[in-house]
Design a protein around this ligand. Structure first.
Ligand code: NAD
Length: 476
C-alpha cells in the first residue's frame, strides 16, 4: 500500500495469495488493508489536498506528462505483470499500458484549455464569474477488467489534472498492477500525501472511502449491484459511477453482413468479453439472421483460446473463477430454456488454468433469460432475431442497463432514427460496441443501471471539478 508518501503493508494482518489466471502460478502476495488503513490514507489526503492549490494548471499539466513518460519507460514490465495478473493476452496488455500513458497525456493537454465563464448580469454594479476548483478528496474504486488503463483514463489522470487528492482502492485480483502505476505516479513527482493506494476488500477499505465524511467525491467503476450500494452509502457526495453494460448490437436487414460479423466477433472476444461495452447480445433482423450467424460462427471458430503470455494469443483467460461461473450459469440457463449453442459453450481443455473459455455462439436465446438481460462478461455471442422495429425496441429495452450499443445499416436515416431511440450513453454505427476513444463522452443513460456521470476528456475534468461562482459589487 502507498499511504502518506510511503510504501507499507498496512495493519490488516491478512494477505491474499495472487495466482495468475494466465499460468496458474503464484505471482505475489497482496496485503488486505483494514478500515484504519483507509482512514489514515483519507486523513493524509485531507491534510495534503491543498498542496495542489500552490501548483498552477500548467504545473499540474506538466506532472501529467511526466507520469505518462514514466509509464512509457516501464511499459514492458507493467504489461507483463498485467498479462499475468489480469489474464488478458500480452498484446492487449501492451495496448492497455499504452492507453494509460495516453490518458495522462490527454488530461494534461485538456486541462490547459478548460475555460469557465463570466456572466452578463442585470445589476450595473455587479460582476459575476465562475471558476473551476478541485472538489477535495476523491475516493477512487476500480474493477479488475482494465486495471491500468481504466483508472488512469477515468480518474487518476483527470484527478491530478484537476488537482484533487485521491485515495485509490483497486479490485483485489488486480492490485499488483496498481502498485506499478502508483510507483510511476510517485516517481513523476505527485505531491506527497495527495495520492494513496489502499489495497484490500471493497466492502472493507472501499466502504470507508464511500462513507467517510472526509471524502467529497466517489469515483467508482464496477458492477451495477455494487454501484447501487455505493450510490446509497455516499449520498450527498459528488458521484461518478460507471457501472455494468449489456448494450445490444443491432443488425438491420440492409447491413454489410461481413463487416457486422467481423465487428461483433471483435467486440465480443476482446479482453475475453470482460468489457462494460462488450458485444453482449446481438439483435438481428429475421431476414438476415442465418446469413449473419453463418459468418459469425466461421469467424469465431478461427479464434482459439491460447495462453495469454504467448504473443500469438488473441483470446486469453477470464480473470477469476466467480466470473467464469457466471458465464457457465448464464449459458446453462439459456440452453435449458431452448437456446442452441452452435460453437463453444464450455471451459477450454488443456490450458494452464480452467479460466480459459471457448468462444461461444448461441442462437434462439429466450428474451427473458440472464444471458440476454444481464451482463455475462465472457467470450459469448447470444443472438436473437426481430421482425418489426417495435419488436426490436422491446428486446433492446429488456435489459435495465444502458451503456453502449452498436448498429449496422447502410441507411443513414435509419441509423439516426434507431440511434436516437435506443436508451444508452453511446451508439456506434457500423462499428463494434466497444469502440471508444478516451476524449469522447461515455456513460450510462439517465435512470439506467449503468451509472451516472460521464467519462471522457473534458467531461471527466468537469465532473471532478467544483464550479464556483464569484460575484463582485463594483462601485460605479
Ligand atoms: P465489482 O462491483 O464486484 O467491484 C468493483 C470494485 O468495487 C472492486 O474494487 C471491489 O473491491 C469494490 N467493491 C465491492 N464491494 C464494495 C463495497 N460494498 N463498497 C466499496 N467498494 C466495493 O465489479 P468487478 O467485478 O470488479 O468489475 C466488473 C464490473 O465493472 C462489470 O459490471 C463492468 O461492466 C463494470 N465496468 C464498467 C465500466 C464502465 O465504464 N461503465 C468499465 C469497466 C467495468
Amino acid at each position: 500500500m502507498f499511504i502518506d508518501g510511503a510504501w507499507e503493508e498496512g495493519t490488516g494482518k491478512e494477505w491474499l495469495r495472487v495466482v495468475s489466471p494466465s499460468t496458474g502460478k503464484d505471482i505475489g502476495w497482496l496485503p488486505l488493508g483494514s478500515r484504519s488503513d483507509a482512514r489514515r490514507a483519507i486523513a493524509s489526503a485531507k491534510a495534503n489536498a491543498r498542496k495542489f492549490s500552490s501548483m498552477s494548471v500548467w504545473q499540474r499539466a506538466a506532472l501529467c506528462q511526466a507520469i505518462a513518460a514514466e509509464i512509457e519507460r516501464r511499459a514492458g514490465e507493467i504489461a507483463e505483470l498485467l498479462c499475468l495478473e489480469q489474464g488478458k493476452p500480452i498484446t492487449e496488455a501492451q495496448g492497455e499500458v499504452a492507453g494509460a500513458a495516453v490518458a495522462f497525456r490527454n488530461a494534461g493537454e485538456q486541462i490547459k484549455w478548460l475555460e469557465s465563464a463570466s456572466f452578463p448580469v442585470e445589476d450595473p454594479a455587479k460582476r459575476a464569474i465562475s471558476i473551476l476548483q478541485p472538489k477535495g478528496v476523491f475516493g477512487v474504486i476500480t474493477p479488475w477488467n482494465f486495471p491500468v488503463a481504466l483508472p488512469s483514463i477515468y480518474y487518476l489522470g483527470p484527478g491530478i489534472a484537476t488537482g484533487n487528492a485521491m485515495v485509490w482502492t483497486p479490485a483485489p485480483t488486480t492490485s499488483l498492477s496498481a502498485t506499478l502505476l502508483v510507483e510511476c505516479m510517485s516517481a513523476a513527482g505527485v505531491p506527497e500525501g495527495t495520492l494513496h493506494l489502499v489495497t484490500g476488500e471493497g466492502p472493507v477499505v472501499g466502504d470507508v472511502l464511500v462513507t467517510s465524511p472526509d471524502t467529497q467525491g466517489i469515483a467508482f467503476t464496477g458492477s451495477s449491484q455494487t454501484g447501487k450500494v455505493i450510490a446509497a452509502r455516499s449520498t450527498g457526495k459528488a458521484q461518478l459511477l460507471e457501472l455494468g453494460g449489456n448494450g445490444p448490437t443491432i443488425v438491420l436487414d440492409d447491413a454489410d453482413l461481413d463487416r457486422a460479423a467481423a465487428c461483433i466477433v471483435k467486440g465480443a472476444l476482446a479482453n475475453a468479453g470482460q468489457i462494460c461495452t462488450a458485444t453482449e447480445r446481438v439483435l438481428v433482423a429475421a431476414s438476415v439472421h442465418d446469413a449473419l450467424v453463418e459468418r459469425i460462427v466461421a469467424a469465431v471458430e478461427k479464434v482459439r483460446p491460447q495462453t495469454s503470455t504467448d504473443p500469438a494469443s488473441r483470446l486469453g483467460a477470464l480473470n477469476n473463477e466467480e466470473n467464469a461461473q457466471k458465464v457457465d450459469t448464464h449459458l446453462a440457463e439459456a440452453a435449458s430454456l431452448g437456446a442452441k449453442i452452435l460453437t463453444g459453450g464450455r471451459r477450454a481443455q488443456g490450458m494452464p488454468t480452467k479460466l480459459y473459455y471457448e468462444p461461444t455462439v448461441i442462437v434462439d436465446v429466450p428474451p427473458d433469460c440472464a444471458l440476454h438481460c444481464d451482463e455475462t462478461f465472457g467470450p459469448v455471442i447470444p443472438i436473437l432475431r426481430f421482425g418489426s422495429d417495435e419488436e426490436l425496441y422491446a428486446l433492446a429495452a429488456k435489459s435495465p442497463m444502458g451503456l453502449s450499443a452498436a448498429l449496422f445499416t447502410r441507411d443513414v436515416s435509419r441509423a439516426f432514427r434507431h440511434a436516437e431511440r435506443i436508451r444508452c450513453g453511446i451508439v456506434n454505427v457500423n462499428e463494434a460496441s466497444n469502440y471508444w476513444e478516451t476524449h469522447i463522452p461515455a456513460g450510462g443513460a439517465a435512470g439506467s443501471a449503468s451509472g451516472t456521470g460521464r467519462t471522457g476528456g473534458r467531461h471527466t475534468l468537469l465532473e471532478m471539478s467544483d464550479l464556483k461562482t464569484i460575484t463582485f459589487h463594483v462601485e460605479p
